[in-house]
Design a protein around this ligand. Structure first.
Ligand code: NAP
Length: 247
C-alpha cells in the first residue's frame, strides 16, 4: 500500500482525495493536509492533517515519519511558500512530487479584463477607473488596497474578519465557494459594482467571472506567480494517472 501526501486547501485536493479513495482503494491511501486558516474543518475523503509542518525541514520529517511515498501539491496557485517547501522536501526525502496546476482561464471574446502582475498593480489600476469594487482576492490581499482613494469595496471573505479592515469604505460579505451564477449576478447588481478584482486562479471559470463577463463588468485579474518546476498535471484525472504510474 503506497501512502500519498496531498497538500490541499483547494477543491482539486478534495476531488483528488475522493478519487484516490474510490479508484485506488487497497493500492494507495492519501493523507490530505490543510493549513487550517479557515474556521471550518475540511470535509475530505480519507485521512487528514491540519496545520503547518514547520517549513521544508518539518515536511521532510513528516514524510519520513509517516512513510509517505509521494507528494501531490494541489495547493492554490498563489500559495507560493508551501509549494516551494514541498519541492525542497520531496527532493531531500527522495520521493516523487507532482504539481496539480489548473490551466489558465480562457475568457470569452468581448470580456473586459486587464491582467496585472501583482496586488500593487491591481490597486494602481483601480485608482484609475473604479468606484465600486467587488474584491474577491482574499483576506491576505486587502492591505494592498488600503491607499486606494475614492473607492467603495464589497469584500468577500470565507469567515467574518476578527478586526475591521484597513479600507476607508467597505462592506463584507462572507461565504465559501462555489457560488451560483445567480448569486454572483445579484451581488454585483445589488451593490452597483463597477469592477471585479480576482486572482487569476485557472481551472474552470468560477461563477463570479462568468457573471462579470455576462454583465460586461470590467475585471482586474492578478496573475499567478510562476509555478515551481517539475512534474505537473492540469486535472484531477491526469494527477490520478501520474499516481497510478508510481504504484
Ligand atoms: P503559503 O503562503 O504558501 O503557506 C504559508 C504556510 O502555511 C506554509 O509555509 C505552511 O506552513 C502552511 N501551509 C500552507 N498550505 C498548507 C497545507 N496545505 N498543509 C499544511 N500547511 C500548509 O499559503 P497561503 O497562500 O497562506 O495559503 C494557505 C492555504 O490556503 C494553502 O493550503 C492554499 O492551498 C489555500 N488557499 C490559498 C489561496 C491563496 O490565494 N493564497 C486561495 C485558496 C486557498 P509551514 O511552513 O509551517 O509548513
Amino acid at each position: 500500500m503506497k501512502r500519498l501526501l496531498i497538500l490541499g486547501g483547494t477543491a482539486d485536493a478534495r476531488a483528488l482525495a475522493a478519487a484516490v479513495a474510490e479508484t485506488l482503494a487497497g493500492r494507495a491511501e492519501a493523507v490530505t493536509s490543510w493549513a487550517g486558516r479557515t474556521g471550518r474543518a475540511p470535509d475530505v475523503a480519507g485521512e487528514t492533517r491540519v496545520g503547518g509542518f514547520g517549513g521544508s525541514a518539518g515536511m521532510v520529517d513528516y514524510i519520513q515519519r509517516e512513510t509517505i511515498d509521494m507528494v501531490i501539491d494541489a495547493t492554490h496557485p498563489f500559495a507560493e511558500t508551501i509549494s516551494d517547501h514541498a519541492y525542497d522536501a520531496a527532493l531531500i526525502a527522495q520521493v516523487p512530487r507532482l504539481g496539480l496546476i489548473r490551466p489558465p482561464w480562457r475568457l470569452p471574446p468581448g470580456s473586459r479584463w486587464v491582467e496585472v502582475a501583482n496586488l500593487e498593480a491591481a490597486a494602481e489600476a483601480l485608482g484609475k477607473f473604479a468606484h465600486r469594487v467587488f474584491l474577491t482576492s482574499g483576506r491576505q490581499t486587502i492591505d494592498a488596497f488600503a491607499d486606494v482613494a475614492d473607492v467603495w469595496f464589497l469584500v468577500r471573505l470565507i469567515d467574518p474578519p476578527a478586526e475591521s479592515l484597513p479600507l476607508a469604505a467597505y462592506e463584507v460579505t462572507t461565504g465559501r465557494p462555489p457560488f451560483t451564477l445567480e448569486h454572483e449576478k445579484a451581488l454585483i447588481a445589488d451593490h452597483n459594482i463597477d469592477t471585479l478584482v480576482s486572482k487569476s486562479s485557472g481551472g474552470p471559470l468560477p461563477a463570479k467571472i462568468s457573471a462579470a463577463v455576462e454583465m460586461g463588468l470590467p475585471m482586474v485579474l492578478i496573475a499567478p506567480p510562476p509555478p515551481v518546476p517539475g512534474a505537473r498535471a492540469e486535472s484531477v484525472a491526469a494527477a490520478l494517472e501520474w499516481i497510478e504510474r508510481q504504484l
